[in-house]
Design a protein around this ligand. Structure first.
Ligand code: FAD
Length: 441
């Protein structure tokens, strides 16, 4: 019996899933698949990783859902190309369907997968699912890649129709008639965390559901108040792993809060930029910013990582990140700005630290925002703008509610003095960057 594989990657859901809906409508019986990618897992810094725990639990939920609907769910561990090659030997695969992924590693991997499948005469289809507009769907009037968010947003919202946000009918089609089932022996066991050399890490994960309507309605008033745990939607983890679809999230925001809709569109924007400029994952977009003589002092970097800089908002943020894997956007901006401007440390060090720690770590958003803060990106805050962490604290947490939650010793003798003076640090980085830019031009 010829089957079609639906390969889940960053879309761990059966509802409103473009690729899954297409597979289920293809006429071939569908077998959903997840591959624990050894090439990604080998780079995780710790053997107990909360993100892998989240993925594992969601994959197991998908497997249970598939079995309940009368089908078989395959899960494997290994390098995707090798795993697929084995599956082609084990099963009569006529087609593989999946959703597009725009990261540099994923685009290379998918090109190789496409070649392999072609060699075996197996169809390979991938669909836009993770974003609403991708690649070259929104360009400037002169046909170039948009680098001004305001103009991109204007074109985006003018093009965005309610129909585009309608859900794909994958959940309704997900039933025995469209799925295929194998015996347990034929399907083989699914990997466990232990069998892959990992352990569980329990951490708080926001629930897999849309945020409460009140959060969405008030978003523009509460988003910059880090002490308010309901000030933002906390939907980033679910968007990262596709446990919620971007369409349902946008549908909710579109009717209720234009500011929130715009923030979600930043995600499409950064994914579009990374797809056009894959080199920016590891180097500054702006050539004039590629030879900035960062100080990269390791002791100061450790003080930043551990929340010991003597700047309460920076320290509170880093301690929250270390403990929970989350940080509100406003505080992400403060800690990032402090690292690249005050300590004058390469943005890539901070980007990597966030990649190791954030539950919602997402390359396009992380790189895009770090380059924004460092003044090195395709779109950036001006490189010479250096905000004082003290005045930011006065703006966003004047009563120190957030700070005291994470740095209880603030204001006592055991709290360290500032690691560097704001005015001195600002002049130091601005002068060094100015000189580097002149030398590069
Ligand atoms: C230095 C830095 C690094 C960041 N790294 C990441 C990352 O790795 N992964 C990630 O998802 N976000 C990242 N962000 C963006 C943003 O901080 C988070 O998306 C947001 O804080 C997540 O919380 P939330 O879901 O409650 O957001 P909300 O404020 O409720 O926003 C809703 C959604 O809109 C999107 N969004 C909001 N702000 C941004 C933004 N500035 N850029 C892109 N998308 C945005 C996210 O998908 C978010 O879930 C980073 C921001 C900075 C300044």
């Amino acid at each position: 019996m010829k089957i079609c594989l639906f390969w889940h990657r960053r879309d761990l859901r059966t509802h409103d899933n473009a690729g899954l809906a297409a597979a289920l409508a293809s006429g071939l019986p569908v077998v959903p698949l997840f591959i624990y990618d050894k090439e990604i897992l080998d780079h995780l810094p710790e053997k107990a990783d909360a993100r892998l725990t989240f993925i594992y639990d969601e994959v197991e939920k998908l497997a249970a859902e598939t079995e309940k609907a009368g089908g078989t769910f395959l899960a494997r561990y290994g390098a995707p190309l090798a795993v697929l090659e084995t599956l082609l030997k084990e099963f009569e695969v006529a087609a593989v369907h999946t959703n597009e992924d725009y990261e540099p590693y994923a685009t290379k991997r998918d090109a190789a997968v496409g070649k392999l499948l072609k060699k075996h005469d197996v169809e390979f289809h991938s669909y836009k699912d993770q974003v609403v507009f991708a690649k070259e769907e929104i360009m400037t009037k002169s046909g170039t890649v948009p680098k001004v968010f305001g103009a991109y947003l204007k074109t985006y919202t003018a093009k965005l129709t309610d129909e585009m946000l309608l859900p794909y009918g994958s959940a309704d089609a997900f039933k025995k008639a469209h799925l295929h089932s194998f015996s347990k022996e034929k399907a083989g066991p699914r990997p466990t965390l232990e069998s892959m050399g990992f352990a569980r890490k329990e951490q708080y994960f926001p629930p897999v559901k849309l945020p409460a309507e009140s959060i969405v309605r008030n978003y523009h008033k509460t988003r910059n108040t880090p002490a308010d745990e309901h000030g933002t939607t906390r939907e980033s983890l679910n968007l990262r792993f596709g446990t919620l679809s971007v369409r349902e999230v946008m549908r909710q925001a579109k009717g209720l809060n234009a500011k929130l809709l715009a923030e979600i569109i930043w995600r499409d924007f950064f994914m579009m930029l990374l797809w056009h400029f894959p080199n920016t994952a590891t180097e500054s977009y702006d050539p004039k910013m590629r030879d900035v003589p960062y100080r990269n002092n390791e002791d100061e970097f450790r003080a930043w990582c551990e929340g010991r800089t003597g700047y309460p908002l920076v320290d509170a943020g880093m301690r929250e990140l270390n403990e929970t894997g989350y940080l509100p956007n406003r505080v992400r901006m403060t800690v990032a700005g402090f690292l690249v401007k005050h300590l004058f440390i390469d943005w890539r060090w901070g980007e990597q630290y966030f990649a190791d720690k954030l539950l919602d770590y997402e390359m396009a958003n992380n790189v895009g925002n770090w380059q924004w803060m460092a003044g090195t990106g395709a779109i950036s805050a001006p490189w010479f703008r250096v905000h004082s962490p003290e005045s930011q604290l006065a703006q966003v947490d004047p009563e120190l509610k957030y700070v005291k939650r994470w740095v209880p010793e603030v204001g006592t003798k055991s709290y360290p003095a500032p690691i560097v003076d704001h005015k001195f640090a600002r002049e130091r980085s601005v002068e060094a960057i100015r000189t580097a830019r002149i030398a590069a031009s």
